[in-house]
Design a protein around this ligand. Structure first.
Ligand code: COS
Length: 380
């Protein structure tokens, strides 16, 4: 068993860390306060190839392995979870979906621009009344001539405010439940398609999250991704791998909280001693480190299994569940070490505490991860 990263993976880590320190660290607080998406930074990520990490070279990407992608996700998240969220939506939920399920024409048409950050994508599965029960969606797509006519709405769609290409799931056979779902590419500007208001969120405030509305929206038949009525599987397979990146995001946020806690405990004095000299604080730091390390190993293992074409469904859910849960615990402990200073916006740990919370919700709640793990354990 070899736990070391390859020289290429190490290089990805180093360059991502440098990028994060130079470009993200200085703006992370500001975009959080202003609730602003740093489009200029996202474009830079595209120019440097980061938005095409999971795209093969023939379609304009850099064809990196999953572990490299995960390592980059972790490093970006240490500095700015908002930026890493948009980075993962593009890579995990749009590009990977098109690479794995798109036809040749769709890949040639969309992937080069997505990989270069010239256009942005969004993944539209959740609806106002269906989140965890993804197949409970109400949006329909009815075949008519050369088009599908979409009607319905989507909610909590990340990157929607600035995305150009939306991967939308809709019922093409409502009576068939999850066997009647299909996936479509809907471009911004398609008549009948509108993007609604921005949500005002607790964390990852430098991201855009909106509602989508479809009113007799005519989508060309060639925009069907994968087979008709097999879209649920497309969503599930895409989320299996997306969850590994969210686990990496949680690891990155937790690592940043640990870094901040160590720094603060060496600067701040109480009762005539540095906080770091108190065993109570040392034990908290040790607990945090053990949790971060365990979450990282689970995340890397899931990525490694994907790279080695092994079944990784359970590993991805275990990594996402554990990393997301400990990110909340570790950011909470880091905030506690900061005392009152952790509760005000001047300190990074306050943002980390809020940003960590979403990792227990999106791309499947912690409860959904437990359900998937249990199903895998109990299946024949
Ligand atoms: N990977 C691959 N295939 C999967 C899968 C997975 N993780 N989970 C289900 N499937 C497949 C099943 O194999 C089945 O395929 P067949 O039609 O070929 O038999 C099909 O999908 C339907 O499976 P099932 O009946 O188990 O689906 P359910 O409707 O019971 O839903 C859960 C299963 C709850 C696991 C699913 O709805 C889910 O993951 N929900 C969370 C959605 C989510 O993460 N939302 C966040 C949105 S993005 S922010």
């Amino acid at each position: 068993m070899d736990f070391s990263l390859t020289p290429e993976q190490e290089l990805f880590r180093k360059s991502a860390r440098e990028f994060a320190l130079k470009e993200l660290e200085p703006i992370a607080t500001e975009i959080d306060r202003e609730h602003r998406v740093p489009l200029e930074i996202l474009k830079k990520l595209g120019e440097l190839g980061y938005l095409g990490m999971t795209v093969p070279e023939e379609y304009g990407g850099i064809g990196a392995d999953m572990l490299s992608y995960v390592v980059v996700m972790e490093e970006l998240s240490r500095s700015c979870a908002s930026t890493s969220t948009a980075f993962s939506v593009q890579n995990s939920l749009c590009n990977t979906l098109l690479v794995e399920f798109g036809n040749e024409a769709q890949k040639r048409k969309y992937l080069p621009d997505l990989a270069a950050g010239k256009r942005f994508g969004a993944f539209a599965l959740t609806e106002p009344e269906s989140g965890s029960d993804a197949a409970g969606m109400k949006t329909t797509a009815v075949a008519k001539g050369d088009y599908f006519i979409l009607n319905g709405s989507k909610r909590f769609i990340t990157s929607a405010g600035f995305a150009d290409i939306f991967l939308v799931f809709a019922l093409t056979d409502p009576a068939a439940g999850n066997r009647g779902v299909s996936c479509f590419i809907v471009e911004r500007g398609t008549p009948g398609f509108t993007v609604g208001k921005e949500e005002d969120k607790l964390g990852i405030r430098g991201t855009s999250t909106c509602e989508l509305f479809f009113e007799d929206c005519k989508v060309p038949k060639e925009n069907l991704v994968g087979e008709l009525n097999r879209g649920f599987k497309v969503a599930m397979v895409t989320l299996n791998s997306g969850r590994i990146a969210i686990a990496a995001q949680a690891v990155g946020i937790a690592q940043a909280a640990l870094d901040e806690a160590i720094k603060y405990s060496k600067e701040r004095k109480a009762f005539g001693k540095f906080l770091s000299e108190f065993q109570a604080i040392q034990f908290m730091l040790a607990d945090m480190k053990a949790k971060v390390e365990a979450a990282r190993l689970l995340t890397y293992k899931a990525a490694w299994k994907k790279d080695h074409k092994l079944d990784y469904i359970m590993d991805s859910s275990i990594a996402k569940l554990y990393a997301a849960e400990i990110a909340s615990e570790v950011t909470d402990q880091a905030l506690q070490i900061h005392g009152g200073y952790g509760y005000i916006r001047d300190y990074k740990v306050e943002r980390l505490y809020r940003d960590a919370r979403i990792t227990r919700i999106y791309e499947g709640t912690s409860e959904i991860q437990k359900l998937i793990i249990a199903r895998e354990l109990l299946k024949e």
